[in-house]
Write a new protein. Sequence first.
Length: 210
Amino acid sequence: MIRRIPIIPTIIVAAAVAAMIALGFWQIDRAREKEALLALFHTNQGRPAMTFPDHGPVPLKAMFRPSSVHCLEVAGWRSEVGRAVSGTTGYRHIAECRTGAEGPGALVDTGVARDPQFKPAWKGGEVAGVITTEPDHNSLISKLFRRANVLSPMLVAKRGIAGLEASAPPSPADIPNNHRAYAVQWFLFALIASVIYGLALRGRLARKPD
């Protein structure tokens, strides 16, 4: 009796392997897109100062560009765990600034303090720095099931304000690009699945019929 290759299991495994390979190539495409984006951000760092964006989302051409904000009045404060330009960790203080009679205002990262009880005495003024976005507190899980929040633009002050040490400036180097590693993983999964199923088929076909 001739043993035949099982059709349905083979189709299922072949479809799974094809899907893994497709995901691998998709990750390669994502890697290329991310590399182009990072190249743009690196170029932005060397461009001249631009007007601070009025609202989010922050245009890609504005990310990591130098800019300045005239804070007429500090309407409130936010405190976040942060890292100073020296590498020490602490609490960075983000000022919610009023920039006009109306409008969304501006967020300014004024710097980092080690003391969690520190209260900045800054009342406002002209600030130069680098454009980035406000901290994103949404988890990866929530991003998968909810519409992404629009992050407001934020200026990270070049120099610490009111006794604070300047925050570490935002850098494209902090943005991960692991897509090529993910692509390799998907290709390996496809290879392993193919080998395992191939060995299982060989064992099945090698068995003597009862």
